[in-house]
Design a protein around this ligand. Sequence first.
Ligand code: CTP
Ligand code: MG
Length: 229
Amino acid sequence: MAPLWCVVPAAGRGTRVGGDLPKQYLPLAGRPLILHTLDRLAAHPLIAGLMVVLGAGDELWPSVGLLGSKPVLTAIGGAERCDSVLAGLNALPSGVGEDAFVLVHDAARPCVREADITRLIERGVLAGGGLLGAPLRDTLKRAGADGRSHETEPRDHRWRAFTPQMFRRGDLSQALRAASAAGVTVSDEAMAMERVGFSPLLVEGAEDNIKVTTAADFALAEFLLPRTK
Ligand code: CTP
Ligand code: MG
């Protein structure tokens, strides 16, 4: 199968980490977090190129033009993650057709495993689109404003959504535009696709594909990096 382009949203501010720099530029094992993620994506034989979506005025981007033999292009993102993903899709090379599948992967997930990306692509293509995720393992509580647990939610059929997510370029662009026109901030690509009536395939992936979200996650990601190769 022909290799796919991957859009990498990296236009966030990392407010929950609370560092001096956006989290994608904070050091992980001695290098900016984002470079670990990009290296891993570029090394995948089924990935053709990377479209990195940067924040407006980003002066920290190291101007990577090529990783291995893979082109690395950039676009400017927006206020929400979904705005950034749409900007990245719009900026893909014209050779990437509307029917072509594209991946979207968070810059903040450096520990994604090559085998999981392969499985998502192989299974997702047959299903018309899908995402990596994992069934919920813990018991889920509904919290009240009083900080007490008021109810236990059913766990059956509940999944956590990860990235990469994979859809056809045209379908995903349309779905993201429709959500935006309706004033809905979708939190992932699958949510945009669900809103227009498509049911993305859930492909179970390793739970160590963590999204680096807090300062403590840097130590965890550093531990996981060499173990998720
Ligand atoms: N992202 C983006 N554009 C935005 C917001 C987020 O491209 N307007 C990207 C982030 O850079 C990150 C990914 O989407 O790679 C997942 O978002 P998240 O983990 O929430 O990162 P931040 O928004 O940067 O962090 P926070 O929510 O703590 O501010
Ligand atoms: Mg965020």
